[in-house]
Unconditional design. Structure first.
Length: 395
């Protein structure tokens, strides 16, 4: 339902995105988009580029008189740094940085200069993911869905939560708000202090540090996604979308890998009936069972590796000289994890908006609204069981 493309190089004149499939009648302005773009620019451990850019999305199609028309929406963000690159003579880059797309991009496209790979592979592209995600976030908000996130690990400094405690929506909203006040986007001030120190030390050591981000979607109705095909499972769609973010090397849903440490009876979310509504007593599944939303908060974690560009050089090969060489430094972040929180949120918003549109259909917000109200929930009344025997057979 929702499709998008981005175009643009890190130091080219501008970045572009086209978002297709948004229903008509959604109020949308560049201020909605810019708020998330600004969040993507902030975070301790950023490199010098963020001091240069003031990312602003110009909406050049698909929104008229303040509302979406149903046509493709186009966003343009200028690269202010382009002024310094325009018509500049470039000394050839021939030493690939391990972990970046320099070498693989050259193998794939036959580049005779590695900067061509760098320019498009740069995480600068995530600006447009965030722009598209902000529009999808606006759609989700119309239906009460809230998506937020925070950092739960930087290097070996982890936020240790109480696993037995199931956070309420209020707890999650408080976490989102507190994380936004922190320059490492961690809601716990004590852990944030240690994370900050770990980033400070890594900058001093001329190295880089990765971490883990947790993203949570609240008030998602049950019944989005499907168990019937691999590519309709919402868990798989979320994982693929988050995995597509630069430097993400792992994605977990709910307790993820930790579920393998416990027996089944301690992993499944047991059900109780309260006032005619079926409720799980825990949320180890992270809001998804059988690839379908179950109405509980969707909890997604993304593991980001440390950025590949390091001030301390790494061993590589000069492809022009055909000899061993050390990497040369390109301006970069030291720890991108705090800045990447809105990027993970954006990809989750895009997938959830897509799944909501798939479930509801409709070309306008007005068409979607009554269909949303009529969705089956976890009320016993919504789930009438025939309670009659039937013969298992096909003809
Ligand atoms: C980024 C812009 C880039 C990098 C960074 C993210 O700008 P520049 O190369 O001019 O400094 O700072 O990209 C990477 C760290 C990377 O490895 O691709 C941005 O806008 O987020």
């Amino acid at each position: 339902m929702i499709r998008f493309l981005t175009a643009g190089e890190s130091h080219g004149p501008s970045l572009t995105a086209i978002l297709e499939g948004m229903p008509a009648g959604l109020p949308l302005s560049s201020a909605d988009i810019d708020a998330d773009l600004a969040r993507r620019q902030q975070g301790y451990g950023s490199g010098g580029r963020m001091k240069i850019e003031r990312d602003h999305a110009r909406i050049t199609a698909g929104v008229m008189a303040g509302k979406t028309t149903g046509g493709p929406i186009a966003f343009v963000v200028e690269n202010l740094d382009h002024a310094k690159w325009h018509d500049r003579d470039i000394s050839p880059m021939t030493i690939p940085r391990p972990g970046h797309a320099d070498l693989t991009g050259a193998v794939k496209y036959g580049y005779r200069e590695l900067r061509l790979a760098l320019e498009r592979a740069s995480a600068r592209e995530t600006t447009m993911r965030v722009a598209v995600g902000a529009a999808c976030r606006k759609l989700l908000r119309e239906f009460g869905v809230v998506v937020g996130g925070y950092v739960v690990r930087i290097g070996d400094v982890a936020l240790t939560g109480d696993v037995a405690h199931m956070p309420s929506n209020t707890d999650y909203l408080a976490r989102f708000q507190a994380a936004e006040m922190s320059d490492v986007r961690c809601y716990d001030p004590h852990a944030a202090e240690h994370m900050r120190e770990a980033i400070r030390q890594i900058m001093q050591a001329k190295d880089t540090l990765g971490g883990v981000i947790e993203c949570v979607a609240l008030n998602v109705p049950p019944g989005l996604g499907s168990h019937v095909h691999w590519d309709r499972r919402l868990s798989a769609r979320i994982a693929a979308a988050v995995m597509s973010i630069h430097a993400v090397k792992g994605v977990e849903i709910g307790d993820g890998f930790a579920e393998t440490l416990r027996p089944g009876t301690q992993v499944q979310d047991q059900l109780v009936l309260e006032d005619g509504v079926i409720r799980p007593i825990s949320n180890h599944a992270g809001g998804l069972e059988g690839g379908i939303t179950n109405g509980a908060p969707i909890v997604v974690r993304a593991a980001l590796k440390p950025i590949a560009t390091t001030l301390n050089p790494l061993r590589s090969v000069d492809l022009a000289a055909g000899a061993p060489a050390l990497t040369q430094y390109e301006r970069s972040d030291f720890c991108q994890v705090p800045r990447a929180v809105p990027i993970v949120e954006a990809m989750v918003c895009i997938v959830l908006a897509d799944a909501l549109l798939e479930k509801l259909g409709g070309d306008s917000i007005d068409e979607m609204r009554p269909r949303f109200e009529a969705l089956r929930r976890l009320r016993l009344d919504d789930l009438p069981m025939d309670n009659t025997a039937w013969r298992f057979g096909y003809e």
